[in-house]
Design a protein around this ligand. Sequence first.
Ligand code: ARG
Length: 654
Amino acid sequence: MNPLQEIRDRFTPLLEQLQVNPADYLGQIRPSQDAKFGDYQANFCMPLAGKLKRNSRELAAELTSQLDLTGLCDPAEVAGPGFINLRLKDEWLRAHLQAALGDPQLGVNPAAEPRTYVIDYSSPNVAKPMHVGHIRSTVIGDSLAKITRFLGHRVVTDNHLGDWGTQFGMIIYGLKHFSDRVEYERNPIGHLSGLYRLVRKLVDYQEALSGLPRQEQSCVEQEQRLEQLRAQPLPSDKREAKERNKELEKGAQRLADLREEVAGLQGKIAAVQQDSRLSSLAAAHSRIDAAVLEETAKLHAGDEENLRLWREVLPFCREDMQRIYSRLQIAFDQELGESFYHEMLGPVVASLRQQGLARESEGAVCVFLDGFETPMIIQKRDGAFLYSTSDLATIEYRVKTWNPDVILYVVDHRQHEHFEKLFAAARLWGFQDVELVHVSFGTVLGDDGKPFKTRAGDTVGLESLLDEAENRARQVLAELHGETGEQLPGNAERIAEVIGIGALKYADLSQNRASDYKFSYDKMLELKGNTATYSQYCYARVMGILRNAETTLESLSSRPGPLQFAEPIERTLALALARFGETLEEVLVDYRPNLLAGYLFELTQTFFRFYDQCSVVQAATAELRTSRLQLCALTALTIRTGLGLLGIDVVERM
Ligand code: ARG
């Protein structure tokens, strides 16, 4: 049981007595921001008093007098307008931690009512090299799966590969027109991704050529609009003037965006025109954009040759992804890609039509949804099915197969509207009992605040990202050892890998997933920052302390003895340790692994303060020494388990 839950449980009967829904108020019992207000603080008396039309301080006093805190907290105190301050009893804390030390779950109880989660994450479009954007979905999804499992729920992880889309039309086109047999046999993955990139460039070129005039026109129009707006005198009314300025600002931003788009298209055109080989290929394949769609359509229609090529190529693409997944130590329960659902798409459309939920509009089959400007298209005029169709089929399959309570989609925020529509359509279609959640995340930015790209403007491949992270980790280790004068341990390569990959994952996981974040190798490997490196370093330090004391984690946790709080910092550390379970629960409320990262950072800081103030090996008495070693051990176990739930390893020395 975690202390926060235990405290909330004690309040529940009192709230029930007042005939309010406890769930509306219990969330306002939280860890105190400042130790002088106790360990936890209940802040709900103010809103509750408002509802009951009572005085909040009196209400707080009344609740406090009725509250049964036996064995859990010291008597509660009322402060200010009606805050209730709570402090855990030292005995409770000691007993809780002693039990946690001897428990592989570290005192975190499995959920009383386990739920079934399907977690859809990573889900790259295969045949395109994986890039930095994929790392977010992959590491956030993996850590949510691990945490959910740790809390005792059933979890099915599913990598919903994009293995059936236009990118295969591109590869098939490439194989038919540009393939070099010898090269293909020598290095299939390299050759295929080369073909993909080439066709992509040519398609982009044609699309840019045809799209540029319209885009330039929009630019000119926006310039004129802005010009006119600027020419008007500023309104004298303050509010109106403010409105106008806002409008101007928005207009300028829109113009900047349009200009950027134009520059992008021009860049795509220049990339081909400045290269004589590419420009002659572009001239010879001027219909390539349409041709690629035709190849895709033929594949979907069961064309033998295209299916054969698809079957031939897919294993190479998977192998390529697998290399990255192994380096990241990511594995899935299921890898049911879009192709798996292909046969089910016709019936999905038929079912929606039959129920009167979908109908034809301008030749396409659409689901019209309340609250959306545009309908959701599930079949194009040419008969092609869409991403949405296959996502509907996926929901049906998942519900039938695993009967989940929740399906999480860890996908970037640009697909927000897709999922809003998908969920609305699924509910109409009859899937009301399953909770559908888009766990969305922001973009990875470079130093310049723009989406992270290489100098040449390409997206950064994941492989080179991992290599560089490991290189930097090697440097950090070398510096660390330069300072201490110690020899690098024999398995330095393995250590660099754990530190480098850990830093990369943690950099992502420690951010609020909703926001964009700036990618920086230096920041993510800071020895004293909010980094994996800092907590890994802490773990290694504790292991050093235990070696020094000639003991081990195993022996300390196999026979945990009584704990002592001789110095205030020992209790502070104990409290931090006791909060592991409630942090994990908190992560699942809104699917935010950054709360766990933040927790580990604070725990690490608290540990180093403790270690600064308290002698461990040289403690005054044998009992105190054991107690402190136990706090060390539980810190190490909590860091190891916590980082593990983020998908990050620890090392015994670094
Ligand atoms: N393959 C898609 C992409 O790369 C993401 C798929 C996410 N999952 C889903 N069920 N739609 O954009």
